[in-house]
Ligand binder design. Structure first.
Ligand SMILES: [Zn+2]
Length: 164
């Protein structure tokens, strides 16, 4: 077999291998549930939060996690979309209300924190706590807090308090 022919065969095999790997990766990506940009927790459909940061949009597991990011990264991080806990509908942060610190935290129960030695990590700090859940109407938030505790605030106020 000549050199040129050997090279041609090698090139074809390489292209096929890369194409197969890429196809496999695409399928893998599609079948993965959405993960939080910051904490990699699976995203619950009723607490999904979209943030605009450095010109792109990022998806977070819950408003608390997104606001923790805002506090850590300061400028350029802004919540652009919330999800109503009751209906799963998209909410504008400007009109939404949140219940802070209720006994419902979509993130806390879905993932055990494990440290490098495979021991449960000290969970004194959780970026998703205290729990924040978004509501379209103030009265829905008040009703929810009667059953699950926590305090009701306009989302804007809570976001401003994290921004300090
Ligand atoms: Zn998160």
């Amino acid at each position: 077999m000549g050199r040129a022919r050997q090279f041609a065969i090698f090139a074809i095999v390489a292209v096929v291998a890369v194409a197969a790997a890429y196809g496999g990766w695409r399928v893998y990506q599609r079948t993965q549930p959405e993960q939080c940009y910051a904490c990699q927790r699976p995203i619950h459909a009723h607490s999904r939060t979209v943030v605009s940061a450095k010109g792109g949009s990022r998806i977070f597991c819950c408003p608390a996690c997104a606001l923790s990011e805002q506090r850590q990264e300061a400028k350029d991080v802004r919540v652009t979309e919330l999800t109503a806990y009751l209906s799963g509908a998209k909410l504008s942060p400007n009109d939404a209300y949140v219940v802070k610190g209720s006994d419902v935290n979509m993130c806390a129960h879905s993932h055990e924190l494990i440290d490098a030695d495979k021991r449960p990590a000290d969970v004194q700090y959780d970026r998703c706590a205290p729990s924040l859940l978004a509501f379209a109407q103030e009265r829905e938030a008040i009703q929810f807090s009667r059953e699950h505790g926590g305090t009701v605030h306009p989302f804007r106020e809570v976001a401003a308090s994290y921004a300090k």
